[in-house]
Design a protein around this ligand. Structure first.
Ligand SMILES: [Zn+2]
Ligand SMILES: [Zn+2]
Length: 395
C-alpha cells in the first residue's frame, strides 16, 4: 500500500513551505478580481524558483512558463486563488483576518500545491517541453477563467492540454476521483419579477396579488425536473431568494424570485431554461400579472465540466502513480456543483480531478464557515502535478 512516504523526498521536503504559503493565503483571503496580494505572493515565489512570470490577465491572473528541452509539447496546470464572501468561524491562529471573507473552498490549498509542484519542477523536473502554471482569479461565480481566455490566455500561451484539480471533502486522504465526461454540472441563475397591482390587504379583489402567484410559481418550478426532464437525466432547480412586500396590511405590486438550475447536458440545460420561462409567463398570465424573466443577470452561467477521454487517462495514470490503483476512483458520481475550469475545457482538451480532503466532520464542507483545507494532502497534490508533467512531457 502506498503512503505519503512513497512521494519523492524532494516533494515531501516542500511540505513545510507549502503549508506556510497555504496558511498565509488562508489568513489573507481575497475575493474575485481583487486577489492582488495573493497574486503578488505567487508571482514572487514563481520568480524566486526561476520561472518566467506573466501578470495582469483578468486583472490578477498569473501564468508561469517553464520550458525544458526542445519538444514542442505543452501542458497547462491550473489553480484558482479566490476566496468567498463568508465570515470564517474557525478560531485557529491563521483564520481569516479579512472580515466577511474566507477560503472556504480550499483555493488556498490549490495555489499552494501548484506552487509546490512549480518549485519542484523548476529545480528537479525531468521533462521535455513547456509547462504553463495558470493561477486564475474569481472562480466563485465570476468566471475568472473565462475572462483570462477572453483576454487572450490561449493566444499568448499556446497550451495544448489543460488540467485542473479540486479538493473534495469525504473523499479519503490519499485518494483521487476522476471520470471521463461530465464531472461537474452546468450552473445558471434566474431572476423572475412578477408585477401586479398593489391593494389593501383587506381588499385583494381590487388588485393583483403577486405573492400568491409567487407561491404557486415556486411550487410549479419544482415540476420542471420531475415532469419535464427525462428521469434518466440529472437536473436541479432551486429557488434561493424570495423578495416581496414590506408591511402587514398591504399587498405589494411586485415580487422577485431568484434561484439556480444545474444539469449535465446542453439539451437539458435548454429545457430547464425554457421551462422556467414558460411557467413564469403562464403562471403570471393565470393570475393576470406580468412576469419578467432574466437569466444570469449578474454573471455568465458556467458550462458542464467535461473531461476528455485521452486526458482523463493521463490524469488516472498520474494519480495511480501517486496513490496506487486502489485509491483512484474512476467512476465517481458527478457533482451538481459547478466549476469555471469548464470554460478552459471548452477550448482545450483536458481533465479536472478531485483530490480527497478527508472527512467532512466538524463541518469541514466546501463553502462552510468552519471549512479548512487539509494540509496533510499538500504533498499528494503537488506529487500528482509533477507526475502528470513527467508522464506527459517525457524527458
Ligand atoms: Zn467553491
Ligand atoms: Zn472551489
Amino acid at each position: 500500500m502506498r503512503t505519503v512516504d512513497d512521494i519523492p523526498a524532494e516533494i515531501r521536503a516542500l511540505h513545510t513551505d507549502m503549508q506556510r504559503w497555504r496558511r498565509h493565503i488562508h489568513q489573507h483571503p481575497e475575493t474575485a478580481f481583487e486577489e492582488t496580494a495573493t497574486a503578488q505572493l505567487i508571482a514572487d515565489l514563481l520568480q524566486d524558483a526561476g520561472i518566467e512570470v506573466h501578470q495582469g490577465l483578468a486583472k490578477t491572473g498569473i501564468v508561469g512558463v517553464l520550458r525544458r528541452g526542445n519538444d514542442s509539447k505543452s501542458i497547462a496546470l491550473r489553480a484558482d486563488m479566490d476566496a468567498l464572501f463568508i465570515h470564517e468561524q474557525n478560531r485557529f491562529d491563521y483564520a481569516s483576518c479579512h472580515e466577511g471573507k474566507m477560503h472556504a473552498c480550499g483555493h488556498d490549498g490549490h495555489s499552494a500545491m501548484l506552487l509546490g509542484a512549480a518549485s519542484y519542477l523548476a529545480q528537479h523536473g525531468r521533462f521535455d517541453g513547456t509547462v504553463y502554471f495558470i493561477f486564475q482569479p474569481a472562480e466563485e461565480c465570476r468566471a475568472g477563467a473565462l475572462q483570462m481566455i477572453d483576454e487572450g490566455l490561449f493566444e499568448q500561451f499556446p497550451v495544448q492540454r489543460v488540467f485542473g484539480m479540486h479538493n473534495f471533502p469525504d473523499v479519503p486522504v490519499g485518494h483521487f476521483a476522476v471520470r471521463v465526461g461530465p464531472m461537474m454540472a452546468s450552473f445558471d441563475c434566474f431572476e423572475i419579477t412578477l408585477r401586479g397591482q398593489a391593494a389593501h390587504a383587506a381588499m385583494p379583489h381590487l388588485g393583483n396579488d403577486v405573492l400568491v402567484a409567487a407561491a404557486h410559481l415556486i411550487t410549479q418550478l419544482q415540476t420542471i425536473v420531475s415532469r419535464q426532464i427525462d428521469p434518466a437525466d440529472s437536473a436541479v432547480v432551486s429557488v434561493t431568494q424570495v423578495h416581496g412586500g414590506h408591511t402587514w396590511n398591504a399587498l405589494p405590486d411586485s415580487a422577485v424570485i431568484r434561484g439556480t438550475f444545474r444539469s449535465f447536458k446542453k439539451t437539458v440545460r435548454e429545457q430547464l431554461e425554457h421551462g422556467i420561462q414558460h411557467l413564469a409567463d403562464s403562471v403570471a398570465q393565470g393570475f393576470k400579472l406580468h412576469a419578467e424573466v432574466c437569466f444570469n443577470p449578474e454573471n455568465p452561467g458556467y458550462p458542464v465540466t467535461l473531461n476528455s477521454p485521452a486526458e482523463t487517462e493521463s490524469a488516472i495514470r498520474a494519480a495511480t502513480d501517486v496513490a496506487g490503483t486502489a485509491r483512484v476512483d474512476t467512476a465517481p458520481t458527478p457533482s451538481m456543483g459547478a466549476e469555471d475550469f469548464a470554460f478552459m475545457l471548452q477550448h482545450k482538451p483536458g481533465c479536472y480531478i478531485w483530490i480527497g480532503n478527508g472527512s467532512s466532520q466538524g463541518n469541514c464542507l466546501l463553502h462552510n464557515p468552519h471549512y479548512d483545507f487539509n494540509d496533510e494532502i499538500l504533498p499528494l497534490g503537488a506529487a500528482y502535478w509533477v507526475k502528470l508533467v513527467e508522464n506527459e512531457l517525457p524527458g
